[in-house]
Design a protein around this ligand. Structure first.
Ligand SMILES: [Zn+2]
Length: 336
């Protein structure tokens, strides 16, 4: 009888400790207001460019640069005049791994995501987190969590601080064009060019676009993506309401796009122009003529009120001037 009591005592202690441990590993959904959700900076993450709301950080060939957009000055993000920026102790140098590091904003900070996570500040780089962060790139950082491909077709969501897994999605093969977090869900483009939504709380997977989706992003509470037709002859920009899943074709021939304020900026293919229009695609104006736009990326920074585009060379960035024209005269050059 005493043994049974002991056993019961032991089991109940074990159950209590198991449930405590489990609770610790559970995903804590964020309860944000509609306005907070809409303010989340998630468009086109993760990319080589991210801002903390003050400076713009750019990652290129394992080096982090810092751009002062007001003065159009780019510097290596290292304050040490004697540093050759080669060693990993340099605040501008990221480890050279199989997967390239990418920058992402989370809250007021910029992070470099790769096999480790670094928090990037002015002339500083600090490793954080205890997880492993996979070998397949494509990580998404949000609140206290990171989602990444642990294997080519397995995404896990981990608590950054303690490295504990809170959710796992299998049979999803990642792709590179536009993964983001919104309202407790991960939105991803898969290798089959599907747009999928993964609910971190429930573990559910939904297919929002069956094929031809690329470059997904979030802006002002709406999901945007480019839908490429099977014969590659058309590429629409689609705007989708993530609540009703109602889709709208906004504009055609879109190669790359981004938004700032109530404007949409997009480049076209095969025409190779840069346009500005209303968010619904109305009233497009060519802002690249007489030049061609060289198929670069478009980055927008709401706090800085700035639009930056990549030039012919990956080391060259240009900003739009106050008249929304490409400033061809003043390039921002990243110096090696
Ligand atoms: Zn250095």
């Amino acid at each position: 009888m005493k043994r049974i009591k002991l056993l019961i005592l032991f089991l109940s202690v074990a159950i209590v400790s198991i449930s405590c441990q489990k609770a610790e590993e559970e995903y804590q959904p964020t309860n944000k207001t509609e306005e907070q959700k809409r303010d989340e900076v998630n468009a086109m993450q993760v990319s080589p460019v991210a801002t903390d709301g003050n400076m713009v950080y750019v990652q290129l060939n394992s080096l982090v640069y810092r751009i002062d957009m007001k003065n159009k000055i780019a510097e290596i993000n290292c304050g040490d005049m004697l540093c050759d920026h080669q060693g990993t102790s340099c605040s501008a140098r990221l480890p050279e791994e199989e997967i390239e590091y990418r920058l992402a904003r989370n809250g007021e900070s910029v992070y470099a995501l790769g096999n480790q996570i670094f928090q990037i500040g002015q002339n500083s780089k600090k490793e954080i987190g205890q997880g492993h962060y996979g070998h397949y790139g494509n990580a998404t950082i949000f609140d206290d969590y990171i989602a990444y491909f642990k294997e080519p077709d397995v995404i896990v969501v981990e608590n950054i601080e303690n490295g504990k897994e809170v959710q796992k999605f299998e049979n999803i093969t990642g792709f590179v064009q536009g993964n983001f977090y919104y309202d407790n869900c991960l939105y991803m483009i898969t290798a089959e060019q599907q747009l999928v939504r993964l609910n971190i709380e429930t573990g559910e997977k939904e297919i929002l676009e069956k094929k031809g989706a690329t470059r997904a992003s979030l802006y002002d509470g709406f999901v945007y993506y480019v839908k490429v037709s099977e014969n590659m002859e058309s590429n629409h920009l689609v705007k989708m309401n993530p609540g009703t899943l109602k889709k709208e074709n906004i504009t055609e021939g879109v190669f790359y796009y981004n938004m700032l304020g109530d404007k949409l900026y997009y480049s076209t293919y095969p025409e190779r122009k840069l346009y500005i229009s209303e968010l619904d695609g109305k009233n497009p104006v060519d802002i690249s003529s007489p030049n061609e736009f060289d198929m670069g990326s478009i980055y927008t920074f709401s706090e800085l009120g700035a639009v930056m585009i990549t030039g012919r060379d990956v080391y060259d960035y240009r900003v739009l001037d106050e008249n929304n024209k490409v400033d061809y005269e003043n390039e921002i050059i990243l110096k090696q």
